[in-house]
Write a protein that binds this ligand. Structure first.
Ligand code: EPU
Length: 381
């Protein structure tokens, strides 16, 4: 057997010491620690009960120490980055919640290394300022840099899988820091090996290869963005124009966080867009005609050989859950049907009640079962 090939295909490269990183074996200062601490303020939904213990780590070494200690003691561990993709149950979390608050933005030519705790949208702004293309259409996405490879964050025609070169993570099974090259990350639509194996990896750093296109963006792929910019798909535009246009589009859909605006107290898209086989799509099409009459075409985007992606937002809308739906403290956003929101004073059960109602309604109308995008903690749909 070719050992190297088999090893590369299944296991990331192991390394106790990562080139370009200085990770001391133990942190020098004790990490900040609280007990019976509320988690709701750490999430964009502002939902969830307390954690038995809440620790904030500001260096990779602290992160590793806390994870190692929890694993050694068999204590349940909850990792929190920007809190923008988390639905925490009202009972909270019995265990150690670890806030990854590491900092690091290192640009060397077109190579960027971000610490997991960096605020993603700020990092995007800095790459645009530096005149580099590749992530400008991912502006305004809430959350931390370390979360981006986990669900292969994407929007407006860009996905981080196109620019990430490697992910540096702590492997809890091996008890070591590993470097996972892009080819071994198993990236696909909103998925990766990190998401598939959620209790194994703690992302510490993410490395990107950006492009110096003389102040221009990467080719604009998304039709809506191209339209808003007044260009054809495939054209390049000034980086700042791309970033600002995306921010404007996102804001119009309530997808840019604003602490004052309850319409943005959400986790962005609450459901992933369903990917259907040709056979499933034909059955779905028949249901659409039955439910909405002839001549109504559901959104359909190519999603690889024999597969079509349709729109969760459209399904929700057409199943009768229109913008602003709901009368309680958890409602559908007034700007986009895919965002469920906490209007203030909601509980996680209120939110889940709404989510379950939407799933059941869409299933009844179209025979498709929507899948939640945010991670649930101590609860399920
Ligand atoms: N639509 C409706 N009602 C609405 C909104 C949209 O019917 O209220 C329909 C329209 O037909 C529209 C279609 O849904 O053409 C698609 O809507 P949109 O272009 O807003 O994109 P999306 O598929 O709903 C995805 C990502 C977003 C990302 C946008 C832009 C997923 C689950 N969501 O949304 O990502 O910002 O495309 O690229 O893939 C996120 O993941 O949190 C997120 C915000």
């Amino acid at each position: 057997m070719n050992r190297t090939r088999a090893w590369c295909a299944h296991e990331p490269r192991r390394s106790a010491w990562v080139p370009g990183l200085s990770v001391p074996s133990r942190s020098l200062e004790p990490v900040q620690e609280l007990h019976d601490a509320p988690l709701a303020p750490l999430t964009t939904f502002r939902l969830g009960g307390p954690a038995t213990r809440l620790v904030t780590a500001t260096t990779d070494a602290e992160v590793i120490d806390v994870v190692r200690e929890a694993d050694a003691n068999g204590t349940p561990l909850l990792l929190i980055g920007g809190g923008s993709n988390l639905v925490i149950g009202d009972k909270g979390f019995a265990g150690t919640a670890l806030v990854i608050a590491t900092k690091g933005f290192e640009l060397d030519g077109t190579t960027l290394e971000l610490a997991a705790g960096e605020v993603w949208t700020d990092a995007v702004a800095r790459t645009v300022e530096a005149g580099l293309a590749g992530v400008e259409c991912l502006a305004g996405i809430p959350g931390s840099a370390g979360a981006t490879p986990i669900q292969n964050v994407g929007a407006y025609g860009q996905e981080v899988s196109s620019t990430i070169t490697e992910v540096i993570a702590y492997d809890r099974h091996a008890g070591e820091t590993v470097v996972v090259p892009n080819a071994d990350c198993a990236f696909s639509y909103r998925r990766s090996r990190f998401k598939a194996d959620p209790d194994r990896y703690v992302v510490l750093r993410v490395r990107f290869r950006l492009e110096d296109a003389d102040g221009l963006s990467a080719p604009i792929k998304y039709a809506e963005t191209a339209r808003a910019l007044g260009v054809e798909p495939g054209d390049r535009v000034p980086l700042t124009a791309a970033r600002e246009t995306v921010l404007k589009l996102r804001t119009g859909k309530g997808m840019v966080l604003d602490p004052e605006d309850h319409d943005t107290w959400s986790a962005g898209s609450f459901f992933t867009n369903p990917i259907l086989t040709d056979q499933q799509f034909t059955a779905f099409h028949a249901r659409v005609r039955e439910h909405l009459g002839d001549g109504v075409e559901p959104p359909a985007y190519p999603a690889g050989e024999g597969h079509t992606k349709t729109s969760a937002a459209w399904l929700i809308d057409k199943a009768g859950f229109t913008k602003g739906y709901g009368t309680g403290p958890a409602r559908i956003s007034t700007k986009h049907t895919l965002a469920l929101t906490n209007r203030g004073g909601a509980t996680t059960e209120d939110l889940l009640g709404l989510a379950r109602e939407v799933v059941a309604g869409v299933r009844e109308a179209f025979g498709i079962t929507l899948v939640n995008e945010p991670v649930t903690v101590g609860v399920s749909l």
